[in-house]
Write a protein that binds this ligand. Structure first.
Ligand SMILES: [Zn+2]
Length: 262
C-alpha cells in the first residue's frame, strides 16, 4: 500500500514520538514541559515538544530532557538530562540574599562540598550585590525570584512583566509562593528563563524546629530531587542547623549536591 506524502509524514511523526517515549525512562519524563517552555525562543522546536506527556501529568516536575539553544535553531541535549543519573540533590534557597544567613548557608555548603542554587529577590540582590558575587564565586548558581516577591497571578500582565524582567539575570525563574499560571510561565520564557518549582518543601519558613526541617530534607531526598529552603525572609537559624546535619547524613548515603543549570 502506498500512502500519500501527508500521511507518510504523519506516520513518521508518530513513530518519532513513540521512539522518544521509549528512550525516555519514566523517571526522566518531561512532566512539566508545559510549565517550562510555554512559548518564546527558549522553547524547543516543535519536533522535540512531547506535549502529550506533559499534559497527562498532574505533578509539576522540573526538567524537559532536551531543549533548544537560545536561538531555537539547533536542538541540543542539556544538563537537565543528568538529573536522574545518580544520587544527586538540588538544594535551593529562596528570598535572599540576606546579610546574616546567606553567609552561614554558604559556610555550611562549603563544609560539605555542596553546590546549590539561590533564587534571589531583585531588590535584595540590588541592596547586597557583594553577597550575590560571593555566592557565585563559591560555585553556586543564581535564579530569579522576581523583584519584590508578589503573588504574580494576582497582577496585571504589565506588572508581571516588570516583576520578572527586573529580577536578576539568570536562566532560571521561580515564582513566589509557587503562584504561577500559563501567563507567568510565558513571561518567564520570553525573558529566556525556565520556570523551576521544587519537589520537596521543607516548610522551613514556618520555623518548625531544626529537627523537623532536617527530617523533611531526609524524607524527601531521592535522585534528582529539588529541595526548597530559605536563606532570606526571616530568621533562618533553624534552616542553617538542619542543613548542616542533613548534609552530613546525605553525604554518608552517597548523595552529592549540585547547582541547577541556571
Ligand atoms: Zn520566596
Amino acid at each position: 500500500m502506498t500512502l500519500p506524502p501527508g500521511k507518510l509524514f504523519l506516520v513518521a511523526a508518530i513513530l518519532f514520538v513513540a521512539a522518544l517515549a521509549q528512550t525516555a525512562g519514566p523517571s526522566s519524563l518531561p512532566a512539566s514541559a508545559d510549565h517550562l517552555v510555554a512559548s518564546g525562543p527558549a522553547g524547543p522546536p516543535p519536533s522535540l515538544k512531547i506535549s502529550t506527556v506533559s499534559k497527562t501529568s498532574a505533578k509539576p516536575v522540573h526538567r524537559t530532557g532536551r531543549k533548544s539553544q537560545r536561538t531555537g535553531s539547533t536542538a541540543v541535549a542539556d544538563d537537565w538530562t543528568l538529573a536522574n543519573d545518580g544520587k544527586v540533590l538540588y538544594l535551593t534557597f529562596d528570598d535572599g540574599p540576606q546579610v546574616t544567613y546567606t553567609p552561614q548557608v554558604l559556610a555550611v555548603l562549603a563544609r560539605h562540598h555542596a553546590k546549590a542554587t539561590f533564587f534571589v529577590l531583585g531588590r535584595e540582590a540590588a541592596a547586597h550585590p557583594e553577597l550575590v558575587a560571593l555566592t557565585r564565586r563559591q560555585g553556586h548558581h543564581i535564579g530569579n525570584h522576581t523583584w519584590d516577591h508578589p503573588m504574580l497571578t494576582h497582577l496585571p500582565l504589565k506588572r508581571i512583566r516588570e516583576e520578572i524582567f527586573s529580577g536578576v539575570k539568570s536562566k532560571c525563574f521561580r515564582p513566589p509562593y509557587r503562584d504561577t499560571n500559563a501567563t507567568v510561565a510565558a513571561v518567564a520564557a520570553a525573558n529566556h528563563q525556565r520556570q523551576i518549582l521544587w519537589d520537596v518543601d521543607t516548610n522551613d519558613w514556618e520555623k518548625p524546629g531544626a529537627a523537623a526541617i532536617e527530617h523533611e530534607i531526609l524524607r524527601g531526598a531521592r535522585p534528582g530531587a529539588i529541595i526548597l529552603m530559605h536563606d532570606g525572609g526571616g530568621t533562618r537559624t533553624q534552616t542553617v542547623a538542619a542543613l548542616d546535619r542533613a548534609l552530613t547524613k546525605l553525604t554518608a548515603r552517597g548523595y552529592t549536591f549540585r547547582a541547577l543549570p541556571c
